[in-house]
Design a protein around this ligand. Sequence first.
Ligand code: F0G
Length: 450
Amino acid sequence: MRAYKSKVVSPIRLPDRDERESQLERAGYNVFNLDSDAVFVDLLTDSGTGTMSESQWAAMMSGDEAYAGSASFERLRESVADVMGFERILPAHQGRGAENVLYGALVEDGDYVPNNTHFDTTRAHIANNGGEPVDCPHDDALSGDREFAGDIDVEQVRALADEVGADRIPAVLLTLTNNSLAGQPVSVENVHEARKVADELDATFVVDACRFAENAYFVREREAEFADRSVAEVAREQLSYADALVMSGKKDGLVNVGGFVALRDDPALDDLHAKARERAILYEGFTTYGGMAGRDLEAMAVGLREAVEESYIADRVGQVQRLGDMLAERDVPVQRPTGGHAVYVNAAEFLPEIPAERFPGQALVCELYREGAVRGVELGSFAFPDTDRPELVRLSLPRRTYGADHLEHVAETFEKVAERRDAGEISGLEITDEPEMAELRHFSAELRPV
Ligand code: F0G
């Protein structure tokens, strides 16, 4: 149950069918191009779309907007040290800014970078620095049999090193939770194994910590060793193995914008820190603000602490689980167990008549908008061309934002889409226009029904 009530409201409306049809057409059947005021329940992303607390809003008034030496930076630094256990931070405007700062300092032409599964901006930043991103999830990760389906398969990392040579692997990455693999959690045991393999390869061990609180909650619930620990304790423990963190504050920082790189206070990392610092100043801003206003640093300093409060995190993950259950009860093929921030629907199973080359995931995303002004996002062959991904559609819940009636609306919308499917009324799509950078195709490509 929610341990908070609303104080500020943001009106939403359900546009009529004609408006929804014309929105879709104008958007080139790409929901990134929809007007958000024509979206009723927006499950496009959980990134930067959540609701801040009164404490966060209050803290924003104390933002110190000094260019250098801001007191707000110091408050964020203390919060990161307390909540995540890292002493050195370089703020960035959001997660991908942090990725650019760190991966530009770590990755060179011809390198290989393993990860449990690369998120799309991570993949793009590795590739942009001349590296080859390599996904190493367990082969049976989505079988439904694993409690920590987000884990990295360290044997695949070792096999990669045997093939390309350890000196071509500058870093081992681990993404908590595994967003591109159905938001599945990673066990602390696996974090420990990943650390070990990074040591074997003399590689830097980087954790993408953007959903660290959600991951810690799953660990507490599922990993026997941590059953008696607080989520805050587990959160620190799971990060304690990393050399560096990349953080998008737009997730478990509970803010609308911001992020940072964090580095362990270890002399062995001084060179990396110096390089990253230079890049931070070049691309993000001086090291005590890095693209964030002082007030935004304040909001994140408070948000990180709230993210590991028991009442917050239990409600947060619980709401996502409920949406998963509601859809499963309606025979929607959802990935089980449900992940931390989103419900993932297997669109190839839900729309079996639409072949992969006609983008069943994108077709489902368009239908959810057409029938209920619900916006999800495709994370299958449209978003990840040339990879062997399942045709997933992600429904991400913004934090502290929607209520049970909104979840009900989403479930009813699926029922309507199923009726249209059974009547043979749903068609596939083809791409009419796409950008040069394939890794970022789904943000701007346009399509048409065929
Ligand atoms: N890493 C992961 C695992 C992410 O999920 C994201 C963003 C980023 C890095 C980049 O952070 O958006 O602040 O630049 N994920 C969002 C999503 C966009 O919808 O899943 P950012």
